[in-house]
Design a protein. Sequence first.
Length: 230
Amino acid sequence: MLESIIKETAENATASVIWLHGLGSDAQHFADKVPKLGLPHNATIRFIFPDAPIKPIKAYKGKKMQAWCDLFLMADGVSFDLENPDIKGIEESSKLISEIIDAEIEKGIKSENIFLVGFSQGVVVAMHTALFYPKKLAGVACLSSHYPITNAIPLNGINAKLPIFFGHGTHDEVVPESLSEKTYEFFKSNGNPVERHTYHNMWHTVCLEELKTLGGWIVKFLHSPLCQTA
């Protein structure tokens, strides 16, 4: 099991949010963001922030860092190759996140009250895990990233129509906004309940407005009355 930081809004959680950080970051990066989500006072949610495994990254000449999968460069040797991902690495990390989901279910959390949230590279693994997990999940949030293998997968599992939240900055210098829009359009055409929010002048990060919107989206798709606004 991956080492994780746990934050709970109440002692007896009825829902879980598993939040994956980006490349070279760690669990602590988003662990302090929970209060900024603006959740209702009676929310009973467990937030889990796992640390990614340490891997050598080809785009950084083999430098080891916390990463969910490898990252490659384009032929120019400068630009990141964002549309040809490390499939093996994604699947390996997806299994680790599935283990966390399994553990939450064993603790009594209903699978349909479990959300996945990803930022940047964490999105790819969050999306992949959610789409292929064998039990119904609540939804997945895609922050400042995209899902590059949409056309290569059969969307016929129990989570094929999963609700998806997209948030992206208009000035993102790492993952172009157009890639997020492309992923959004794909899942919209697939019939998924999707929301897409863009934030003016925001770079490759998150902002308070985005976090509050995400918090509202999470509450909207929870299936426990204890988590709803009183």
